[in-house]
Write a protein that binds this ligand. Structure first.
Ligand SMILES: Cc1cc2nc3c(=O)[nH]c(=O)nc-3n(C[C@H](O)[C@H](O)[C@H](O)COP(=O)(O)OP(=O)(O)OC[C@H]3O[C@@H](n4cnc5c(N)ncnc54)[C@H](O)[C@@H]3O)c2cc1C
Length: 432
């Protein structure tokens, strides 16, 4: 295996220029082999494992992942409309194995930051010089009375991890009576994929438009606004009659009583602040927090893991780096592309540290595409720099922005193609 050359790495990170400049290439294998243990083989963890090996093939990298395959949440809303299958968003870890990553299918249950050892449910221990933690989110089940994990598996799926619940929700939508009502309960901030609930409502409406045209999708939302609201509203107006009496989509925000307080799974009835609302299909996306291992390993402050945003090293324990959804990485959103970008910054910082060098100033990138309907895509993009004084990741003015309002059909169609090619590229960058 050859080490990635410096210029290629800088290009793929989207510009960790100062960081790259501090790293000497190629690496000289001096002293003991360094060990990195990565927990979680999703957008952040898989990228970190792969790029550690690419940047320095002398580093021993072990990925501990609970599941044998990764089913991406990104693009999983398209499974609901029938645009794609769950198989098309499910991938194995052989690509990482080919990079020399040792992939262990097991669940990490604890990290000893003093002994520098990760413990797994399978009873094994893995020593590390640096540990990367990217476990994604967990749910705050207590936020809505009557909702719990069992209910989510049987009756009211969250489908906020793609998998069996995505298929359950799809079957429920297909089996809905003519003119039925799907209720999507959106979560409070912060949560993974800020535009995701609204893309989901759009994809369900897209299915219903063809198969159940009198059906309605109602979004109950505790928030007063949401990501790309203007562009969604434009798409919903053009495609689903939004704003008319016959609109297929209705959004009820926090100011209109959209906060859901309880649910009766037996009658599919939601209790909002003001009234009871009944649905034929209900999708509750619960309030969120960092994944369980972040709590077990004492990496959280409140719901999320504070990190030094120059390196993504935990503010609570040295030599542990927390990436992706679990980290507190304002002002980056919790997205796959953000996790992918953060992973490269953390990897560069880890390798620099192994070589006795200081990390430089990182830049980050994120684009979130949403497919609102057939041939109707929208996006938001940003490049971010570090505000070291305030430990904040700030969007760089003039780099990025929203896709244009009232764009031509060609532009909207192109955004759908871009969304699909972004998906292929990011999966490739993580896992191949
Ligand atoms: C419907 C939907 C649509 C989305 N669309 C987009 C999009 O278009 N663009 C975008 O950029 N993002 C999108 N996202 C967000 C994206 O999926 C997440 O932000 C991203 O996956 C976060 O990466 P991560 O590494 O933090 O966690 P994940 O990708 O969730 O990976 C976490 C991994 O860790 C494993 N794990 C957890 N705990 C343990 C443990 N203790 N031991 C071992 N393994 C463990 C899990 O099994 C999982 O494989 C979407 C999300 C949803 C729900």
């Amino acid at each position: 295996m050859t080490d990635i050359n410096r210029r290629t790495f800088l290009r793929t990170t989207g510009g960790v220029a100062a960081l790259g400049a501090t790293i000497g290439f190629p690496t000289l294998a001096l002293g003991a082999v360094r060990r990195v243990v990565v927990i979680g083989g999703g957008a952040g963890g898989a990228t970190a494992a792969k790029y550690l090996r690419k940047l320095d093939s002398n580093i021993s990298v072990t990925l501990i992942e609970a599941k044998p395959n990764y089913t991406s949440c990104f693009m999983s809303n398209e499974v609901l409309s029938g645009e794609r299958t769950l198989d098309s968003i499910t991938f194995g870890y052989d690509g990482l194995r080919r990079h020399g990553v040792e992939v262990v299918i097991d669940r990490a249950v604890g990290i000893d930051p003093v002994k520098k050892r990760v413990q797994t449910a399978g009873g094994n221990g893995f020593d590390y010089d640096a540990c990367v933690v990217s476990p994604g989110i967990g749910f705050k089940w207590e936020a809505i009375e009557g909702y719990n994990e069992q209910v989510s598996k049987e009756t009211i799926p969250h489908a906020w991890y793609a998998g069996p619940q995505t298929e359950l929700l799809r079957r429920q939508i297909q089996a809905m009576p003519e003119g039925g009502r799907v209720i999507v309960v959106a979560p409070p901030n912060p949560f993974k994929c800020p535009p995701g609930p609204y893309e989901r409502a759009s994809q369900i409406a897209m299915y219903c438009k063809h198969h159940n045209p009198k059906a309605k999708v109602i979004i109950l939302d505790p928030k007063f606004a949401f990501s790309k609201k203007g562009l969604y509203t434009e798409g919903w107006t053009k495609l689903y009659g939004y704003g008319t009496d016959n609109s297929m989509i209705e959004w009820i925000g926090g100011h209109e009583g959209g906060t859901v307080e309880g649910v009766d799974p037996a009658t599919l009835t939601l209790q909002t602040e003001f009234e009871e609302v009944q649905g034929d299909v209900i999708n509750i996306i619960p309030a969120q927090k960092a994944g369980a291992i972040a709590f077990a390993a004492d990496l959280v402050d409140g719901d999320w893991c504070p990190v030094d945003k120059q390196t993504f090293e935990s503010k609570r324990h040295k030599d542990i780096y927390v990436l992706g959804d679990a980290s507190s990485a304002a002002k980056m959103p919790k997205s796959a592309y953000a996790a992918n970008s953060q992973a490269k910054v953390a990897v560069a910082a880890i390798v620099a540290r192994f070589q006795g060098m200081e990390p430089g100033d990182p830049t980050f990138v994120n684009t979130c595409y949403s497919v609102v309907g057939e041939d109707f895509g929208i996006s938001v993009a940003a490049v971010y720099g570090l505000d070291a004084k305030n430990n904040m990741i700030m969007p760089i003015k003039g780099a990025g922005g929203l896709s244009p309002a009232n764009a031509s059909p060609e532009i909207r169609q192109r955004e759908v193609s871009y969304a699909h090619s972004w998906f292929k590229n990011v999966i490739n960058d993580m896992l191949e």
